[in-house]
Design a protein around this ligand. Structure first.
Ligand SMILES: Cc1cc2nc3c(=O)[nH]c(=O)nc-3n(C[C@H](O)[C@H](O)[C@H](O)COP(=O)(O)O)c2cc1C
Length: 295
């Protein structure tokens, strides 16, 4: 029996995100079971930027539901994510998990290249903002094999299924999980498949007629240009590829670890910089925080 882990980023019971995951599961062949995590239900605390999870036993110092999340994620054979749009981005439950992502490196071997798909759900056509980008980034940063993602529209619980597109999407993404990614219908980053780009000012070597860009999923730079009526995206590996290959991900972990020695080497210099700002301004603090500090 194989396990699909459904990650539902909506707090809404029987909301579009939950229903989509269940519909997608219904399109998988026999031999799969569905386990689901509703992300807003998890107690996931903010990352404290202590970097302890990168060293020694590689475990976050915080005891919360990240362990449960990682346990389910590592045990799954495939992942499907559905995230609702809140104010032009995926809701915070997704980012809360992602912010603890340095802890994923401890499980790199178990996580690497799990088939994964996702949907970004928005209530108003065209108002999805950067939700799909967040879904794509999340799937890449959990080190999965991102097989496809799409934006779906529907505001009321179940409304996405009042049109055929969402059922068709569930069929396609279920098939992508078991059969491999489908051909992209629109221009993509050739390195990672991302479809969100930032336009950058040209450099001296930017060819005439090309626009310099950066892929917002893999962060690599390149160009975009018209070629015989179609848009051609060309991106090249930069200095810090995060997740393009297993070795890249390992190398990024090693680079992160070197930051500890870099910090120790520059500690005196950095202290001088930070101390110059120590007495500037007045912090407004919640009462609870003040009480904690007094006790
Ligand atoms: C706080 C909040 C903010 C929202 N912001 C947006 C938005 O920026 N753009 C949009 O298209 N829909 C927005 N919506 C609508 C939801 O994305 C939509 O209802 C979606 O179907 C919710 O998914 P769910 O049913 O899985 O909870 C918002 C909903 C809430 C509750």
């Amino acid at each position: 029996m194989k396990t699909l882990l459904g990650l539902v980023a909506s707090p809404r019971k029987y909301g579009n995100s939950e229903l989509f995951i269940k519909e997608l599961f219904g399109n998988l062949p026999n031999g799969w079971r569905l386990r689901m995590l509703r992300l807003p239900e998890l107690d996931i605390r903010p990352c404290m930027a202590c970097y302890q999870c990168l060293f020694g036993p590689m475990r976050c110092v915080q005891r919360d539901d990240l362990d449960l999340f990682l346990q389910e994620l590592t045990a799954a054979d495939a992942v499907a994510l559905a995230a609702p749009t809140y104010f032009l981005g995926a809701n915070a439950s997704l980012k809360k998990v992602l912010d603890r992502g340095l802890s994923f490196y401890a499980h790199m071997d178990a996580l690497w290249a799990k088939p994964a798909v996702g949907v970004a759900i928005a209530g108003v056509p065209g108002l999805e903002g950067y939700t799909k980008l967040m879904v794509d980034s999340f799937l890449k940063l959990i080190l999965s094999d991102h097989r496809g993602s799409q934006v779906l529209y529907g505001a009321l619980p179940g409304e996405i299924f009042l049109q055929d597109e969402a059922k068709e999407c569930a069929r396609r993404l279920a098939s992508a999980l078991t059969q491999g990614p489908e051909e992209a219908a629109s221009p993509r980053c050739p390195l990672c498949g991302g479809d969100t780009f930032r336009f950058l000012p040209p450099k001296e070597d930017t060819p005439a007629g090309s626009q310099r860009i950066r892929c917002m999923v893999c962060s690599n730079e390149g160009t975009i240009r018209w070629d015989d009526g179609s848009l051609q995206v060309d991106t090249r590996r930069g200095l810090h590829p995060l997740f393009l290959t297993y070795d890249d991900a390992k190398a990024h972990l090693e680079w992160l670890r070197t930051m500890k020695d870099a910090f120790l080497a520059k500690r005196k210099e950095l202290k001088e910089v930070t101390q110059a700002y120590a007495a500037v301004g007045q912090w407004v603090r919640p009462e609870k925080k003040q009480r904690e500090e007094r006790s």
